[in-house]
Structures are given as C-alpha cells and as structure tokens.
Design a protein around this ligand. Sequence first.
Ligand code: CA
Length: 528
Amino acid sequence: MNRFFINSIAFLTAGAGMMGCSLQMEEARRPNILFIMSDDHAYQTISAYGHGLNETPGIDRLAREGAIFTRSTVTNSICAPSRAVLLTGKHSFLNGKVDNVQPFNWDQDNFPKLMQANGYQTAMIGKIHLDGIPQGFDFSMVLPGQGQYYNPDFLIEGERVRMEGHCTEIITETTLDWLKNERDPEKPFCLLYHQKAPHRNWQTAPKYLDLYDDVTFDPPANFFDNYEGRGRAAKEQEMQIHGHAQWGHDFKMVVDPNGDSTGFHRELNRFNDKQREDWLAAYTPKNEEFKAKYANLSDEEIALWKFNRYIKDYLRTIKSVDDGVGEVLNYLDEAGLAENTIVIYTSDQGFYLGEHGWFDKRFMYEESFRTPLLIRYPKEIKPGTKIDKLVQNLDLAPTFLDYAGIEIPEEMQGESFRKLVAGETGEWRDAVYYTYYEYPSVHMVKRHYGVATDRYKLMHFYYDIDEWEMYDLETDPMEMQNIYNDPAYADVREMLHVKLKELREYYGDSDELNDYYLKAYLDHRANR
Ligand code: CA
C-alpha cells in the first residue's frame, strides 16, 4: 500500500474529527449508536447477501434502508481477538489480545470509554468474551466467557445472576428494556447489543425447534474437498463437519448411531423440565430415524446428514437473532429514534458452512476472513447503498468516534469509513492485512499472516511449516488452487509481496512479534 495515500486518509479523518467539535456540530444533536453484533455469523446466511439459504428480514432492513458492505473482513478471525480489535481499533499484535488465551488489557483506550468521557451514555449487553471487568460502560450485562444458550448466567455489573430462558431472547429483551427504561433522554447513547448466537453448539430456541424440518439443504460445491492444489495448512486442519464435529455436542445425539452415550445429556441438565421435554420431543424422533438407517448409509450419505443437521441448527439460531434485530429496529421507529441512530450489524468473523467440508473459522480463506457488515444512518447514508471497498473490523472504532464528533486517537489503526459510506469520497485503501496465532490448538489451524486486495490474496503459514499460498479470487472464488508457484502470476506475486511488506511496516508487525507471541502462547500451554 502507498503510505502517502494512507497518511492522507488519516489526515482527512482527523479533519473530520475537528469539524465534529465545531460549534455548529455541537448544537446539532449527536447521533446515537446501536452496535449489533453476533458471534460467528456467516454472511452466507443473511438474505441481503443473496446466497438464498434463508430469509433474514430484520437484518435485511439495514441493507434496504442503509448500506451493505460486500468485502468487509476481519484482521484475526477468532472471537476474543476480534472483539479486542473492535474495541481498541488496533491490530491484535498491538492491543495484545492475539489469541483466546492471552489476557485482554482493559486499561488501554477503547471507543466506549472515549464516548463515555465525551457525554455518551454507554451500555454493553450480551457476549463480550473478554475477561475482566469491562471498562467504558455505564451499564454492563455480559455472559461469562462463552456463556450458555439455555438459562444462562450473566455478570450484571460484575455480579453473577442466572436468568431463565433462551440466551438470544434474553439479550434482546434486556436491550429493549434498557432502551425503554434506562436510557437517559438528555444524552446520546452508545449501546452494544451483542448476541452469543450462532456460536457453536447452535442450540435452538424452543419456538424454532422444528424450523426447516421439511427442507433438505445442498452443501456447497466444495463440501467434499480433498485439499489437492493446496498446502499442508488446509490438509492438516481439524474442522471438518464429517470427521471432527461430534455426535453429541454438535449433532445433538444423546446416544450416537453406534449406541454410545455422547455426553449431550449433561448439556440437557441445564434445561428446565419444560425446555428438556420440548427439546427431546423435537430431536428424538429425528435421531431415531437416522440411527435406524445408519448401518445402510454410505459415507457420503452420512456426511450429508451431518451437514443438514449442522446447517439447520445454525439457521435456527440465526432466526432468533434476526427476530431480535427486527424487534429492536421496530422499537427505534416507535420511539422516534430511527432518524438519529446509527445502526450497525456485524459479526466478530465469518464462518464455514460446509465450504471445504468445514465448520469453524480462523483461516484467512474468504468465508471466515469476511464478515457481514450493514449500516443504517438516514441522515447520511442513502438507502440501498452497496460498498465493495475493503473495510475491516479495525475500522469500526474510528468510524463510531467520527460519527460522534470525537477526536480519533493517533494510536487507532483503522480508518473511519463515514465519508466512504456517505458517498463523499471514493478514496480508500487497496489492501488489508491479516494475522492468526492460535496454534497448536483446537481445530489445528496453523499460524499465518497475509495480505488481500480486491482480487488477490497472499498468505504465509509459519511456525511448524513455511508455506506460501496465493489465490486469484476472480478465477477461483472458492480458493481451491494455490497459484503461488504459477509462472503466469509471477508479477502479481511480486506485487503482493511488496504490499505485504509495506503493510507489516505500516501497522508495526514483524517476525520478532510473531516470535514473542509464539513464546507467550507456548509458555501458557506449558504452565496450565
Ligand atoms: Ca466468534
């Protein structure tokens, strides 16, 4: 990337921040921010993205009435690190939360803290997945760690409280309750409404237990991927739906087809009697039907059954997420808040829905590198806007601050996309940087970093291997053929190496930092 170009963008952004402090802007009512996020929500399951798997009328409203980003990506495709990036506006290697085991330092700046200090009423409701007492919120109600789907515990202002019901519905109800009863009408608000769903293991709310029972889903074209044409990283992962997902935890069988107890009965212990009765009434007949024919099924047929069990549970949890978005948007209408509230919908990363045979995330391949991003702000964003520029989760913190008229701290590395989405500028970065660290660990996705442009991607897998991969998304959108050593792409390869080097310097990453975080990770594993 051209450093001068980046610097001029940063200058423009700082200019917008200063304008925000002008008298004229201060007199105008500052916008509210409703930041909606879900966990592991694949863009493939938002109907506005056009994949045709399901209908999400609630989320789609934001695309229709605002903007949808088609190349929104993350800097590190795993839960807690992505959240740390979202809050701080800094890459993982600078905010320190590179993987799920490193502690998060709440003492560093984050955008809610800055908004709170500048007169915003701030609240965090739902999943945050960062240990320690959240800083920057007037009110917080968060799940401890991953949290539970049924009758979850929450930390309300740090105090542990068990709440009866389904997690997705509780988080929505609490959000509505906060807006109706706790909101200070004298102040603008910044509300983080963050769902746990559709995170593994995709436990459906009672009302949707039978949804999609009469549908059979076809898997993606590369579901039976044999990983030829790629290196060891794609071959040696452990995230295959048919191979690594579990009969009990993932496919919800109390007794597996071989007659073995799976441990899912322990998960059902958390349910109350009515919830357990409804759950078993829905799953038992389907499980028994599968077990009865299991011995006569081919390996491929079993894989397709697993894919369907997985995708249906995943989509059922999405249904509740989307209901919640619809309810909250309706409330903004009723309360007269829609016009002056910026609503963002995103996820902490994307997810595999059978592409390459996988579930989970972590890789820089498209399905987990990309994440949904939709935004509505009637005062500045034209309905039906579509943005194909490369934005990242890194950009949200500076964007929120820009909208609020708060100066963006120098150390934040993202760029505000306020002007871009308003159609006031076409200038934007032409490449983005990615890092992933959590290896060796569950799912065994190797450490890597890389660069992506609108068309190409270059990745370096390191630590116990030293392999480069390169893809042309125009000719190979499913990333099936590594073209790193293809002579026809020699110039592209050189261009990507230059960009990668520039971006690593620009953001302050290095092999030394990789070594530092590797040592910290291995020390943690040795001492646990
Ligand atoms: Ca996640």
